[in-house]
Write a protein that binds this ligand. Structure first.
Ligand code: T4K
Length: 384
């Protein structure tokens, strides 16, 4: 039992001595990492397309079932390069209900984000919503598989084909998730993943770009490296986006544990659901029946009237007990600089989600006992 757990054994609502974070933090054993790290030291090959980067690219392509997976330094850069190598000029339709990095990547690729509202049930953009946002300047649609739930890939693929648009997916949340039984990674022209430490596939930092387009993959591989070995792709703008050997080692170890960590995440998610059952005004974000998910996020929508308190009041109570739940994503990207200047459209569903969602702590550091304490604290808060 940890100190936190011993102390809390007396009273479930006393909270924690040290903060309980939202971060996912799934980790392989230190011993396994030490072995991998010793290999890197022995080879004296730390970056610039070393053997672990190559092994990771092959392992990811095989895992996602795609022709190409190109690992890079983080998920934001994965999106930037994916967009940049599509060689576009104009507007990209994107949800404002996402992490700011999605939209930052569009701007860094020299494109103009145009915000689109999301569906209240899936919390992602859908083909009809995106269609309504298309203008003469639209060149691409960027869907975000929020919480690992697919952003209407079938509908958006059809729309993009009909209207001659490129289709990109931000799959930062979606390692190991499916849409109609097909693993996310092979949809649209290109998808981008994050291996940030708070994601289920932890590379400390890291990310990858997946595509079935051979020409695009070749351009992406050129773009991720600052120097040219030959004249291939001389016209492509390059960037130092390489994943280091240390990150690749961590990501490879994480890949080995993905099934177990998914199962552990599912256990925690279901436990939260059971322990919070029956509290009016708390609605869990469901994972789709019949689809695979990584259960990476435990997200609740708060109905203020039914719960008897605003979402932010509940968050403050939790924080006072060292339970650092988060209001992902709030404020919406359309309300933060520099993107607030772009936004002219009303986004009522996005605004409502930003006002009402909270994310609870999960991941390897969160035990059943922790969940019992978080849930007892919520029950005590709402019944006070
Ligand atoms: N697209 C989407 C849809 C995304 O959600 C993200 C990233 C991206 C693109 C971009 O991918 P990357 O470029 O990051 O690969 C966190 C993560 O840093 C970020 O990766 C993630 N999404 C986002 C949803 O969450 P913050 O600003 O909330 O991070 P931070 O530092 O506040 O950490 C969150 C919690 O985790 C805290 O309670 C502390 C805890 N934590 C964090 C780290 C890094 C730890 O306990 N240990 C740690 O090492 O963004």
């Amino acid at each position: 039992m940890t100190e936190n757990e011993k102390r809390s054994a007396t009273d479930l609502t006393n909270g924690f001595d040290t903060p309980l974070h939202v971060g996912q933090l799934n980790l392989p054993s230190v011993d396994a990492f030490e072995v991998a790290f010793k290999g890197i030291f022995a080879r004296q090959f730390f970056t610039n397309h070393g053997p672990l980067e190559q092994e990771l690219d092959a392992a990811l392509a095989s895992y996602f079932g795609v022709r190409h997976a190109v690992s890079v330094v983080n998920g934001t850069v994965a999106l930037m390069i994916a967009l940049q190598t599509l060689d576009l000029r104009g507007e990209v339709i994107v949800p404002a209900f996402t992490f700011p990095a999605t939209v930052q990547a569009i701007a860094w690729a020299g494109l103009t984000p145009v915000f689109c509202d999301v569906d209240p049930h899936t919390q992602t953009i859908t083909a009809p919503l995106a269609a309504a946002a298309i203008t003469a300047n639209t060149v691409a649609i960027l869907g975000v598989h929020v919480w690992g739930r697919a952003a209407d890939p079938d509908g958006l693929e059809l729309l993009a084909r009909e209207r001659g648009l490129k289709l990109v997916f931000d799959a930062a949340h979606a390692v190991g998730c499916t849409s109609r039984g097909r693993l996310i990674g092979g949809f649209g022209d290109v998808e981008a993943f994050s291996f940030h430490a708070t994601k289920i596939l932890n590379g400390f930092e890291g990310g990858c770009i997946t595509t079935n387009d051979d020409g695009l993959a070749a351009r992406i591989r050129v773009a991720r490296s600052f120097h040219a070995d030959d004249d291939a792709g001389a016209s492509i703008l390059r960037l130092n986006a390489k994943i280091s050997e240390a990150q690749a080692a961590m990501a490879l170890l994480s890949l080995d544990h993905l099934d177990q960590w998914t199962e552990d995440n599912r256990h925690r998610y279901e436990r939260y659901r059971r322990e919070l059952q029956g509290i009016p005004g708390l609605y869990f974000i469901d994972y789709c029946a019949g689809e695979r998910s990584n259960y990476q996020s435990v997200v609740l929508r708060i109905c203020e009237e039914e719960l008897g308190m605003p979402r932010d009041h509940l968050l403050r109570i939790l924080e006072s007990k060292n339970i650092l739940a988060r209001k992902y994503f709030s404020p919406g990207v359309h309300n933060i600089p520099p993107f607030c200047d772009l936004s002219t459209k009303e986004l009522p569903v996005t605004d409502e989600l930003c006002r009402t969602l909270i994310q609870l702590p999960t991941g390897q550091m969160v035990s059943d006992r922790h969940i019992a304490i978080v849930c007892a604290t919520i029950r005590a808060a709402v019944s006070a």
